[in-house]
Write a protein that binds this ligand. Sequence first.
Ligand code: ARG
Length: 590
Amino acid sequence: MGDLAGTLSAACGEAFEAIGLDRKWGAVRRSDRPELADFQCNGAMGGAKSAGRVPRDVAAEVAGRLAGHEAIASCEVAGPGFLNIRVTDAVLTARAEAVRSEEMAGAEKALDAERVLIDFGGPNVAKPMHVGHLRSAVIGDTLQRVLKFLGDDTVSDTHLGDWGLQMGHLVTELYDEQPDLIYFDADYTGPYPEEPPVTIDDLGRLYPQASNKAKADPARNERSQLATAELQAGRPGYRALLKHFIDVSVAALKQDYAFLNVSFDMWKGESDVAHLIDAVVEDFRARGLAEEDDGAVIVRVEREGDKKDYPPLMLVNSRGGTGYHTTDLATIKERVEELRPPLDRMLYVVDYGQALHFEQVFRAAGMVGYFPEERLEHIQFGTVNGPDGKRLRTRDGGNFALADLNAMALEEAEKKIIEGGRLPEDMGQDERDAVAAAVALAALRFADLQNTRTTNYVFDLDRFTSFEGKTGPYLLYAAVRIKSLLRRAAEEGHAPGPIRVESDAERALVLALDGFGHALTGTREKRMPHILCEHVYNLAQAFSAFYGAHPIAAEKDAETRASRLGLCEAVLKQLETGLDLLGIRVPERM
Ligand code: ARG
């Protein structure tokens, strides 16, 4: 069964068509004035204008044709020609039952499902992740969940940064500490030890050490550049080190991502397309798109209307090295060639600071014929700021490691749980830990996702972990409250039964449930998770109002009690589905 806005729009569109106007005027949405109507249609004004007619007359004719529709209790003309529609209790009852019984909790598969690659996460080997990587992880993961749920065939890739100067920094710094390692013997070509020569802590130490030295000393930087070029050219010992660095990093990254409930189908990286770099350069040359420029190879991608000095794309630099542009192009080439079924679209969930990079890469990919430019989308997002409104930094001005953010969130969640005295006395330590982790997860993910993706937000753990307000923990609390209500009712022998929607609070609650599909479609089409957040929050609030307005398990009338418990089941199902799509785990008790 489709949602009510859709059903009513179809009926209304037909009515417009029947009086000789375009069906598009029949678009129906939730009413701005819930006390007056459930839904409204504002199309009579535009429709009348298009035909040189009087809006109120058009509205009245449409209303006349809608009378008697099985979903519609009343349809009234208001003001200059608004249509105010009230739906029947019966159709609301059917909607509630559909949410409770249907697998998708009231939503429906998209009719235009696609094969979509989602490139998100994008951590760099050795460099600690920063809060920008937090955003990419949770936004990208949420999009992958929502798209998959709606029927898209998604495949996700972390796209590790493992091909740039940071690798040269690591190689040279490790050499300075342990020059005798076999990897540095230029005459030796393998085999190399299986055991990595470094731990994740070593990497965390070596990289900043080297990068600080390189900033102060051009000669030190040059050594790293050179090592990077040698690595890229295929020096066996360096390639063997690269593999170790990647393995060690990936093991640590997987832990940070697991904490955030984020997963990837593929853990590929820039270095995985090293073998395609020459072919990419050749593809551009063969089409006459590459230009020699002071020893470098560039592609001019500027267009009419661009700002002056729009920079060219760099395929090969004057040292013969290749960077971010080239690996991204090679990755597109590889994805197109290797992935089956073939891709319809690629999404890149990366901060807006990289807008120019992606614009250049997408243009070049289109020009060379790898993939249509308009099917490459940069899903940009804003920055995470500190209380001072500037990019969030540690006290000494560095980037926050994601692992530290996770740990801070966990600590704050534990504090809130203890302060609130929320957990049942009999709960063991393992379950307490799991609840704290769920609260931290809900706090971090919801705080991020509820913002319009493109805006910046202020990182405030105290607020994020609060059980009050528009927060992840509030939503967990709402879901857990329904679980325990249903559990207690069952213990008293009260089972949920057929739903009957009657009171205002019940109607409002079911109207909220009805918006799920629309919220998901909006999230998918605009790539905007805050739309789903908004829905889930509104649903929790509508449930709160319902809970405040009526006895549920304590209701005396058996049928009404069973109906209200049934409604609780429907709400819980959709709430849990929605939270799961946001990557939030709901504990059994709290
Ligand atoms: N590693 C990059 C960074 O930290 C992000 C990678 C995004 N994905 C891509 N295909 N370029 O900035």
